[in-house]
Design a protein around this ligand. Sequence first.
Ligand SMILES: [Zn+2]
Length: 306
Amino acid sequence: MNKKFIIGIDLGGTNLKVALLDLNYHIKDKEILSTRSFMEKDQLISGIVRAVNRFIKYNNLSKAEIMGIGLGLPGPTDAKSGTVHFFPNIPGWKEVKLRNILKEKLGLPVFLDNDAKLMTTAEHKLGAARGFNNVLCMTLGTGIGGGLIINGKLYRGFDNAAGEVGHVPINENGSSCNCGASGCLEAYVGNRKIALDAKKAFKRNITLEELSALADKHNKVALEVWRKTGSHLGFALAGVVNLLNLDAIVIGGGVAKAGKVLFDNINNALKAQAMSVQAKRVKVLKAKLGNEAGIIGAAIMVKEGL
Ligand SMILES: [Zn+2]
C-alpha cells in the first residue's frame, strides 16, 4: 500500500505534541498532552504509544499507510543510534534506546533527533531560512536552542552537539548558567532573566507579553529592558557571524514575539560589533513556522531519512 502519512512528535518540558501529517507536511490531526502527567519515563513512552494508536484508529488508517514516526526531543540525542543521552528538564532519562523501544511497541519505523536541529531543518526547508545556505536558527525561551546549516546542510559536529548558541560565553566573570559554566548568553537572555530584569525595572512582577505590549506603546522602561536583551544577543551573534560568515540568522521561540523592538536592537548591536564583511552579509529574520516547526522538522526527517 502507498505511504500517505507521517506521525510527528514534539516532546517539550511542558507539552507532548503528537500530529498526523500528509507527505506535503500539512498537519491533519493534532493532540497536545501535558508532560506533567508523565513523570515517569515508562509512562511517557506508553503515552506516546497510546496517542499514536489513537490517531491510527480515529483516522481509520492502517499502519501500512504510515511512512514512519519522527520525534523531536528536548535534549542531546544520538540520531544515528536512536539514543536519548539525557533531558536537562525531564528527570529519569539516561542513555535510553528510545527508537528501538518505540519501534518494537508500534511496529513502525522510528526516527529521532534533537528538537532545535529539527526546527532548523524545518525553517531551512519550508520557513524563514529557505534559500539561505549558511544559517544559525535559534529558539529563545527558558532555554536557548540552536542549530546550524553550513553549505546548505545541517551541521552536527563530532558528537552531534553543534549549535549550542545559548552557551556561547559573553562574559568571563559572568553569572552562572544551567549548563554548569558561567557567563553564557543564556544566563543573560533566557526568559527567566528577562523577567527578572523587568521585575527590577518596574518593581513588580511583569510577564514578557506585558513587557512587549508596553514597549509597543513606547514605554521607556520596557524599551530599555528589550534594548539590553537585544544588545546581549547581538553581541554574541557578532562572534558567531565573524566565525562562520552566515547569510542568515533565524530567531524563534516565545521571546522572539517581542518583535521589532528586539530585532532592531539585535541588529544594531550585531552591526556595531561584527566585522564589516560579515555584518553586511547577514540577515536577522523572525522564524516562520512557530510552534509547528518541531513537528514539521520531525516529519521531514522521516520522509528524507537521516
Ligand atoms: Zn551555559
